[in-house]
Design a protein around this ligand. Structure first.
Ligand SMILES: Nc1nc2c(ncn2[C@@H]2O[C@H](COP(=O)(O)OP(=O)(O)O)[C@@H](O)[C@H]2O)c(=O)[nH]1
Ligand SMILES: [Mg+2]
Length: 303
């Protein structure tokens, strides 16, 4: 089953609308629609700019299609240049290489205005993909600190893509900062240092996996190396099976609902502060804080 061109166009318009929506429009858009019967399996691909995420996600998406008769979506959240406010075109060019398959849907969106490096409204964008009926959704985000934690809440499997010379990342992992991925990819394995980096990460992840929990595999990948891609695809499959068996679906749902509410509230506060007259902030901190709270409460109207 593949989506008709008109359904695809409708989805494209819906995603643009969701990406642009303010908090109140977002809430209005939710109405009382029932949650999707069968949500897409979400795979997050995160890592520093230039690590090769877009190149890899395009190849992985083609692989994931071979596992399903349904449709697969790729959502790339571009870092937005603060100067041009435009999304980086390169992603679209790289992804065009696989854009021919009618069961594959590719969309690139700017991460404009977002606090945590994710597109504003990512939870709602993912929900729109669920409602459309995709089997899987692959999401590319630039992972830095907080963003990696947010993406972890929103997706089912997190793949962290590292550059072979990312000595910093290994140091950060040792400090516990990057212990958030389900699968590590040392990408560009054609470059020197990849095996050493992979060995260093393996030494850390083995400890993470102590106590019967998931041990994150470390996979070497490179453009043109199909064996590495197969290994990554199989690692995703294994993690998916592990999560189905071991993860508490109710707890995951609650964590996502909590993240969603928190994201909306902090964005609404940011919107109000943005719109406010500078005079609102004049004076001692506590009254200023109370004025902002009252503005937030105005949203309640008669409710
Ligand atoms: N040497 C090498 N370069 C790669 C590989 N994969 C991607 N690149 C290059 O790395 C650059 C960044 O790739 P891109 O996929 O846009 O990275 P992203 O910013 O993480 O999405 C591009 O110039 C790619 O051509 C690889 O396996 N080996
Ligand atoms: Mg990219």
């Amino acid at each position: 089953m593949t989506g008709s061109p008109s359904r695809r166009r409708e989805l494209g318009r819906a995603l643009s609308r969701i990406a642009r929506a303010g908090v109140r429009q977002t809430l209005a858009g939710h109405g009382d629609a029932a949650p999707p019967a069968r949500p897409a399996y979400r795979i997050g691909i995160t890592g520093a700019p230039g690590a090769g995420k877009s190149t890899l996600i395009a190849r992985l998406a083609a692989r994931r299609l071979q596992r399903t008769a349904g449709e697969v979506a790729v959502l790339a959240i571009d870092p937005t240049s603060p100067i041009t406010q435009g999304s980086i075109l390169g992603d679209r060019v790289r992804m065009d290489a696989i854009a021919g398959d009618p069961r594959l849907y590719i969309r690139s969106l700017p991460s404009r205005g977002s606090h945590d490096g994710l597109a504003d409204n990512l939870p709602d964008l993912l929900l729109a993909l669920d409602r459309y009926g995709f089997d899987e959704a692959l999401v590319e985000t630039v992972g830095v600190g907080q963003a990696e934690h947010a993406v972890r809440t929103l997706v089912d499997s997190v793949v962290l893509v590292l550059h072979p010379e990312s000595g910093d990342s290994v140091q950060a992992m040792k400090a516990g900062i990057l212990e958030i991925a389900d699968i590590y990819v040392v990408n560009k394995a054609d470059l020197p240092g990849a095996r050493k980096t992979a060995a260093e990460i393996r030494a850390v992840t083995r400890r993470v996996g102590d106590g019967g929990a998931w041990t994150p595999p470390v996979v070497l990948c490179a453009q043109g190396d199909d064996a590495g891609l197969t290994e990554l695809d199989e690692a995703v499959e294994r993690h998916r099976a592990w999560a189905a068996e071991r993860r508490d679906a109710g707890a995951v749902r609650l964590a996502r609902a909590r993240h969603h509410a928190q994201a909306l509230l902090s964005r609404r506060a940011a919107e109000l502060i943005e719109e406010s007259d500078p005079a609102l902030f004049d004076g001692p901190l506590e009254p200023v804080y109370h004025r902002i709270l009252r503005r937030l409460a105005d949203d309640l109207g008669g409710k």
